[in-house]
Design a binder for this molecule. Structure first.
Ligand code: UDP
Ligand code: MN
Length: 538
């Protein structure tokens, strides 16, 4: 049975008698659907398709405004109950997971949700899905942390709304602090001995919490995270995905990436926990004492990003294990871009440099290699280095060798840097999608235009170091996983990039006005000439 929130709020008001509160002007909640019938919009994870052309002028304005403010379809979300049903009990994952037995000594969690200018119905759905789908004895509290939001609905209306909800506490940072310090504020007030961090645009599936807490009951050094299912940013449709992947990272930007998972343990089934070299960072659970022992987060990190890599590296290096839990499902609205801006621009590089300086030992050069600018001012990391020393953790070489095994180290490169055409100011650029490579104007900052040539002639992009580029007859250049075969020969004198396996010789070639790369019989055309120089950091 769905409760009527207004009723609850009224109940709470009368509970305290007619005090000052009732004399103040009534708080007006933004419109939302509290409850809807089983065939209502978006129920059971269905999407809501909005035909923009049929909207009235006012609705069309709301529709556009929703996209502009959130970079997702707020208008669609507003049509869906904030307590919509999710039922996947007929799905294989649910049937298999329902058979699992969880430990009786699981501890109740403090769930921490930070937000900056989150949409009303999206935030409410986040909160209600946690309340509705967590066994009461395993949910100590929900701490929501407003990180300097400016939207009106997050002021008094939100305070009023959550005051009627049991177990929910609202905290506010005094100014926008960024995700990392906002989470630390939530952590400092948490009373549970297990923490669960979640984003503010999520929906928990039935049974999401138990399998996470079970892992922590098994060992406080287990750091589990759920399967992260996509809530469509267009329609808000939501379905559970199949377990497939675990987290890894790329040298470029030191960002999180997914990698396919292969268990070397034949007793492990599809729905058993999977060891994950890194975590995406938005959603995970951790024992509070272990989090404290690890030095929580680096509170000098600003805005967003890098904190998930810091935690991933130090968990593994300091006795812990990060795992994806296939029986725990949480939906998340993915966006290509965030509407949340930091006052001085993206802080990802600065945060990541802090991680690299403290945790990555000499391997940090492979990250630094991928951007051609100076490190800049990344603040003081001496305390974080002392923390690492105190913890006596394993080193980054151990982590790469034993945990993040799929991360290729471009160790034996003989040349690195831009591969620049001599015919035009264009460079090889990796798109990051299936190893696809294009010819683009040289931007000079590295990243997707930073390449390595190994001593066996393999060409690898800093973007995807596990891929090698081969010429495929007649004209294609394709990415393959590297097998240590002989690759290209760069002839410094003639500046040609020759496929060492080809007879007659095939050369890498750009074409005027085209962004695709080809491989053609070698000739003396300037479009086959390349400058590939060792890049020396300024
Ligand atoms: N967030 C925050 N302060 C910030 C940036 C982000 O509180 O300065 C919140 C944001 O509202 C969200 C979470 O942190 O709930 C993660 O951010 P986001 O969803 O933009 O990251 P993504 O999921 O795209 O990685
Ligand atoms: Mn998010």
């Amino acid at each position: 049975m769905y409760f009527d929130l207004k009723h609850v709020i009224r109940q709470k008001q009368t509970l305290f008698g007619k005090t000052e509160d009732s004399r103040r002007s009534e708080v007006v909640f933004p419109p939302f659907v509290a409850d809807s019938p089983p065939d209502g919009p978006g129920e059971f994870g269905h999407g809501v398709i909005i035909d923009e052309t049929s909207l009235s002028e006012e609705d069309s304005r709301k529709f556009k405004d929703g996209w502009k403010k959130n970079f997702f379809n707020q208008y669609a979300s507003d049509k869906i109950s904030v307590r919509r049903r999710i039922d996947e009990s007929d799905k294989d994952w649910f049937k298999q997971c329902s058979k699992k037995k969880y430990r009786p000594d699981m501890r109740a969690a403090s769930v921490i949700v930070c937000f900056h200018n989150e949409a009303w119905t999206v935030l409410l759905r986040t909160i209600h899905s946690i309340l509705d789908r967590s066994p009461p004895h395993l949910l100590k509290e929900i701490i929501i942390v407003d990180d300097g939001s400016t939207m009106d609905h997050l002021k008094e209306p939100l305070a009023k709304y959550v005051s009627a909800l049991d177990k929910v506490t609202l905290l506010r940072t005094s100014q926008m602090e960024g995700l990392i310090r906002a989470r630390l504020l939530g952590y400092s007030k948490a009373t549970g001995s297990v923490l669960v961090f979640l984003d503010s645009h999520i929906e928990c599936f039935p049974g999401w919490l138990e399998p996470l807490l079970d892992r922590i009951a098994e060992s406080p050094y287990n750091v589990p995270y759920p399967m992260i299912d996509a809530i469509s940013k267009r329609s808000f449709s939501l379905k559970a995905i199949h377990p497939c992947c675990v987290g890894t990272f790329k040298w470029m930007f030191l960002v999180f990436a997914w990698a396919s998972y292969h268990s070397d343990d034949p007793t492990k089934g599809l729905y058993d926990p999977m060891k994950s070299p890194t975590m995406p960072g938005g959603l995970f659970a951790i024992d509070k004492d272990y989090f404290a022992k690890l030095g929580t987060y680096d509170d000098q990190m600003n805005h967003w990003g890098g904190e998930n890599m810091e935690l991933s590296f130090k968990v593994w290096m300091c006795n812990g294990t990060i795992e994806v839990i296939p029986c725990s499902h949480v939906g998340h609205v993915f966006r290509d871009q965030s509407p949340i801006k930091w006052k001085t621009g993206s802080q990802l590089v600065r945060n990541s440099i802090r991680v690299a300086e403290v945790w990555m030992d000499s391997y940090r050069k492979y990250y630094y290699d991928t951007f051609h600018s100076k490190l800049g001012d990344y603040g003081d990391v001496s305390e974080r280095k002392l923390l690492r020393k105190r913890l006596k953790c394993k080193d980054f070489g151990w982590y790469l060798k034993n945990v993040a095994k799929e991360v290729q180290i471009p160790e034996n490169h003989i040349i690195s840097g831009e591969i620049r055409s001599m015919a035009a100011p264009v460079c090889l650029e990796s798109t990051g999608v299936g190893g696809h490579v294009m010819i683009k104007p040289c931007h000079g900052v590295g990243y997707d235009q930073h390449w390595y040539m190994l001593d066996n002639g393999e060409i690898r992009s800093a973007h995807q170091t596990s891929l090698c580029y081969v010429s495929e007859t007649p004209v294609l250049v394709a990415a393959k996983s590297c097998r240590g075969e002989k690759g290209w020969i760069y002839t410094q004198d003639k500046t040609l990039m020759v496929d060492s396996n080809s007879v007659p010789q095939i050369c890498l070639q750009a074409s005027p006005g085209k962004d695709s790369l080809t491989a053609k019989p070698c000739n003396s055309s300037p479009w086959q000439k390349w400058i590939f120089e060792n890049y020396v950091k300024k």
